[in-house]
Write a protein that binds this ligand. Structure first.
Ligand SMILES: NC(=O)c1ccc[n+]([C@@H]2O[C@H](COP(=O)([O-])OP(=O)(O)OC[C@H]3O[C@@H](n4cnc5c(N)ncnc54)[C@H](OP(=O)(O)O)[C@@H]3O)[C@@H](O)[C@H]2O)c1
Length: 407
């Protein structure tokens, strides 16, 4: 009979219950890989279980409670007691990662968290192991399935944001309270974790600038389609002038970018480096059974050889003003000189126009353009002046464009 490996389970909700079922189903097949037979030794929820008892009877703790407290307290106590920990908690790791990783190193235990970013897509493992020698220059990610589903439906069916959100909620792709998803905060937490690993420098959620998708209109998506662009909520982490920029915002992509074809609730992450050109990983970003599969993968890894998250060796400065290309949508009075005045204000800030679509609408006209990259501060300075021109019929709308295509 193989020895038993006892797993204490904190949280028995969507992921926790799927994990318990999966572990039960796979226990026999894990024996030949690890020489041990895993079993759930205890479950903690708000209404059942005692943490100290579960800890005493476990070789490893799986944390699937979510949120910061009491998850942080339990994870720290488990590691101080010499237990490996597996967690899917992006909020916890993006705000207290350094404290937790330091504790894991101090007590020589493993803290694994593959399911915290992009669900079952094995991006953490790839960054920590396979790409450990690649000097990563940039990561782009679609790391929130809810918003990707909403934007896909707005593009495919011309749905409004509100209708697409309602549809996502009906199908279980969005929570009843979707705030963290649609404001970009969930994606920002995941990008903080990815940036920490890829660039070997501490990154806190508070250092990630993020914008959500609530202001986007089906109109913007339809116009941009004419310019060959598709809209996504993109997380970016990249080296800029010796520092690091980490941000999340809606962005247009040209069809040749690997993330342009990622639709619906899927997640995908593109890693760029001179050594590897680019690698894209994609797959389901959430869901109980899918996430549970990533959690169980971490448990199996923890049952075999040690792997710790090393201390950071870099202290990169976080850069906030970066270069970006922009899509600009303006409703204007249809009269001569409009385009010239807009172009002049843009030109004063060093912006140049890459492509334009102009459409007459009786007394009014719609002017949609894509600009070549410039510093965001300079673009927004021009945008403020453009917004004050007397022929503007409503506030101009701007969305960033990612120009890379890799074709
Ligand atoms: N859902 C997904 O698709 C997904 C995907 C990737 C990552 N994740 C991450 O996985 C984690 C779990 O998510 P979930 O969707 O499974 O959450 P969930 O369905 O809300 O389940 C949370 C569980 O934690 C328990 N819990 C909450 N507060 C507790 C407390 N103070 N003490 C003890 N137990 C407590 C709840 O107990 P009760 O049963 O008593 O309420 C419930 O069993 C989160 O970190 C989440 O970000 C989820």
């Amino acid at each position: 009979m193989p020895e038993t490996f006892s797993v204490g389970l904190l949280g028995h909700g969507t992921v926790g219950s799927a994990f318990a079922t999966l572990l039960d189903q796979r226990a026999d097949s894990i024996v030949p890989i690890t020489g041990l037979r895993p079993r759930i030794s205890g479950v903690l929820t708000r209404s059942r279980g005692d943490f100290e008892e579960i800890l005493a009877g476990s070789d490893l703790i799986v944390e699937l409670i979510g949120g910061v407290e009491p998850a942080r307290d339990y994870v720290l106590r488990a590691m101080r007691a010499g237990r490996h920990v597996v967690s899917a908690n992006k909020l916890l790791l993006s705000q207290h990662g350094e404290e937790l990783w330091a504790c894991a190193r101090e007590h020589d235990v493993q803290l694994r968290f593959e399911a915290a970013v992009a669900g079952v897509v094995p991006v953490i493992r790839v960054l920590q192991e396979s790409l450990a020698a690649a000097h990563v220059e940039r990561i782009h990610g679609i790391v929130n399935g809810t918003t990707n589903y909403i934007l896909s439906e707005m593009a495919r069916g011309g749905l409004s944001y509100a209708d697409a959100l309602g549809q996502a909620q009906q199908l279980g792709y969005a929570e009843a309270d979707p705030t963290d998803d649609v404001t970009g905060r969930d994606a920002a937490a995941k990008m903080a974790i990815l940036a920490r690993l890829a660039f070997d420098t501490p990154v806190h959620l508070d250092q990630v600038r993020y914008e959500g998708i609530e202001q986007l209109t089906a109109d913007d998506i339809a116009y941009a389609q004419q310019l060959g662009l598709g809209l996504k909520l993109i997380g970016t982490a990249e080296r800029v002038d010796g520092g690091l920029s980490v941000r999340v915002h809606p962005a247009f992509l040209y069809g040749g970018h690997p993330l342009a074809s990622v639709h619906g609730p899927f997640n995908a992450v593109t890693v760029e480096s001179d050594a590897i050109t680019e690698i894209t990983m994609s797959g389901p970003g959430a869901g109980g059974p899918q996430t549970a599969s990533a959690v169980l993968g971490d448990v199996i890894s923890a049952m075999i050889p040690p792997a710790t998250t090393p201390e950071t060796t870099q202290r990169l400065e976080i850069v906030n003003d970066v270069e970006s290309a922009f899509y600009l949508h303006m409703e204007v009075a249809d009269r001569p000189g409009v385009l010239a005045q807009v172009a002049e204000l843009l030109g004063m800030q060093g912006a140049s126009i890459k492509s334009v679509v102009q459409q007459g609408l009786g007394d009014e006209a719609r002017l949609v353009m894509v600009l070549h990259p410039l510093l965001e501060s300079r673009f927004y300075a021009a945008l403020r002046l453009i917004g004050r021109l007397d022929f503007m019929r409503s506030a101009p709308r701007a969305i960033r464009v990612i120009e890379e295509e890799f074709t």
